[in-house]
Write a protein that binds this ligand. Structure first.
Ligand code: FMN
Length: 174
């Protein structure tokens, strides 16, 4: 099977997630093409695929604009094939944040017309070292408001790798 992964990342966690998925898919004997939505889309890359995984993070309640533009442009081919949409956010790391994490995805689907066959809310990471002052204030006081997480330094990863592997395996099997 030929799989395409279309993704975008801000601080790198979604790129890491995509790398882990690509390794998993290749280990199962499939071909993978990884496409960064922030760069030029290779001609026909999505059309050639049997299945497509879409992955993007949430920043200030939205998935990246270039990612949304790529989804809107590829709406027709994507509607014809099985798709798995992975929405990466910090709200998805906490049970009480799940409704909000789902809202980000629902709003993105309304804007782009994407109707994925399968979707998952994936917990991302805090990467304090890569934030400027403004970003660290947003993550601390808005995104993680009420959570007992120290964002002052280093990296705190919330991604559940075992659950992600299961989600991807289920998508490949369907
Ligand atoms: C400036 C900024 C704003 C963010 N806004 C949100 C948000 O509104 N909701 C949320 O759940 N997570 C938010 N996050 C957390 C990111 O979704 C999380 O860190 C994710 O792992 C980022 O993925 P990436 O490294 O691929 O960019 C924000 C992070 C930053 C730095």
């Amino acid at each position: 099977m030929e799989l395409a992964i279309l993704y975008e990342t801000g601080e790198g966690q979604t790129r890491k997630i995509v790398g882990v998925i690509a390794d998993q898919v290749r280990a199962l004997g499939h071909e993978v093409t990884v496409i960064d939505a922030a760069e030029a889309m290779p001609e026909g890359a999505l059309e050639r695929a049997d299945k497509v995984i879409l992955a993007a993070p949430v920043h200030e309640r939205r998935h990246p604009r270039a990612f949304e533009t790529a989804l809107t442009a590829a709406r027709e081919p994507l509607a014809k094939m099985p798709t798995l949409m992975l929405s990466v956010s910090l709200k998805a790391a906490f049970a009480e944040g799940m409704d909000e994490a789902q809202d980000y995805l629902t709003e993105m689907k309304m804007r782009t017309g994407l109707q994925p066959t399968q979707e998952a809310l994936v917990a991302g990471a805090v990467r304090a070292g890569s934030y400027d002052y403004f970003q660290s204030q947003i993550v601390k006081h808005v995104v993680l408001d009420g959570q007992d997480v120290d964002v002052s330094e280093g990296e705190t990863e919330f991604t559940d790798w075992a659950a992600l592997e299961k989600t991807v395996a289920g998508f490949l099997d369907r």
